[in-house]
Design a protein around this ligand. Structure first.
Ligand code: NAD
Length: 362
């Protein structure tokens, strides 16, 4: 696998230029650059700049819209249902999170249902935003009519990769703990990365229509050449859920909470046709630990995390990590040394830039 390394700031600039040329306002283009690179910095290359070609294509096809904001559908001091109008997730999600933060700060807690947001990327970014405001947050996410994952015991696609995320604040301005996980055994983006020469996905990540398990990206995307856009609509297989029937059950509940309760729709087929737009639904719960009567919540959670980490490792010399620790370490390393990209990913970014008249230094 050929790789190259690029400084985070340079990469952010390239992605920002691409989306500005594609028709986004400067601030929105910069947000897209910032959050895609943030995913790479966290080590989630699957939700980083590898998405550039696909996002630009979606914008061109009108599957995601530039320059949108939230419409408030229902509202009370402790809840809101908001519609993202198919705007870029990098614009819509922070607006929804900020609404939750404001309500939770005022009233101790808030539940925000978000529907019809363009792809909101790495959910950890939104829990980190809440943690920076001193709040616990819990997020259930689905993808409207984006079914990719077979339920436990099935071969047909019924769920999306439905991430579940919990952020716990620290007292230094970021998250102390951050559980941010797809409910599929691997996120679709990990198959995308593997299809572009990156790390292979583990055996059993995919299931073929005949019920056999596989790790071949073509099970999801159909026959592939380097320049072929990776479109799951071209494949016949499915991703599998993590954790057998239990993970499949959590994926199911993400559909009910983020899809049915928000009114955004489940990942199942749209009655009467093909989906016209790409969208995430997210049900988020925000809690202010101080207003919950736990002024020393952070200190107690930190003590408990230290106790968990002190569990003797299965492999001598290895280490027990807590949720969010791999991402924090990766961010420090990549900020210092640059973001590695496969040459295939870089080529797809350069091709997208050229198609929009953006010059990228070699
Ligand atoms: P992952 O499997 O790499 O990590 C899942 C969680 O496990 C993380 O919280 C991580 O900190 C923790 N973890 C990892 N290694 C650990 C270890 N050794 N010890 C303890 N904890 C550890 O993540 P994933 O499931 O592949 O998800 C990747 C990303 O994809 C996430 O950011 C998710 O939000 C995103 N996603 C987004 C969508 C969407 O529609 N927007 C859909 C699916 C996934």
């Amino acid at each position: 696998m050929d790789t190259m390394t690029i400084a985070a700031d340079t990469l952010r600039g390239v992605i920002t230029d691409i989306f500005a040329a594609a028709g986004c306002a400067a601030e929105e283009a910069e947000r897209i650059g910032t959050y895609l690179v943030s995913a790479n910095l966290a080590g989630h290359d699957s939700h980083g700049v590898i998405r550039t070609q696909r996002y630009a294509q979606w914008l061109k096809e009108g599957k995601v819209l530039a320059g949108q904001t939230l419409s408030v559908i229902a509202d009370s001091p402790v809840h809101a249902l908001v519609d993202g109008n198919y705007g870029f997730g990098q614009t819509i999600a922070p607006l929804a999170v900020d609404l939750g933060i404001a309500k939770a700060r005022a009233n101790g807690m808030a539940v925000i249902g978000l529907r019809h947001a363009g792809h909101i990327g790495r959910i950890g970014d939104w829990a980190e935003r809440a943690a920076e405001a001193g709040l616990v947050s819990i997020h259930f996410v689905n993808v409207e009519s984006g079914e990719l994952v077979a339920p436990f015991g099935g071969v047909d696609r019924r769920f999306s990769t439905n991430p579940f995320c919990v952020g716990i604040p620290s007292d230094d301005g970021g998250p102390m703990l951050l559980l941010d996980m797809a409910t599929s055994l691997v996120a679709e983006g990990k198959v995308l990365v593997a299809s572009r020469g990156g790390k292979p996905v583990p055996p059993g990540s995919l299931v073929a229509p005949d019920g056999s398990f596989s790790s071949d990206p073509e099970t999801l995307y159909g026959k592939l050449a380097p320049e072929t856009p990776r479109d799951p609509a071209n494949g016949e297989g499915a991703l599998t859920a993590f954790g057998l029937h239990k993970g499949s059950g959590i994926a199911f509940m993400c559909e009910i909470l983020a899809g049915v309760l928000t009114g955004g729709g489940t990942s199942g087929p749209i009655p009467g046709g093909k989906r016209a737009r790409i969208s995430n639904g997210m049900l988020s719960i925000y809690i202010d630990p101080a207003k919950f009567g736990q002024p020393d919540f952070v200190a107690r959670a930190r003590d408990y995390a230290a106790y968990v980490k002190a569990s003797r490792p299965t492999t001598p010399g290895a280490e027990v990590l807590v949720p969010g620790e791999p991402e924090a370490r990766m961010r420090a390393e990549r900020l210092a040394n640059g973001v590695p990209l496969t040459t295939d990913t870089w080529a797809s970014i350069v091709a997208t830039a050229r198609s929009l008249g953006v010059t990228v230094a070699p």
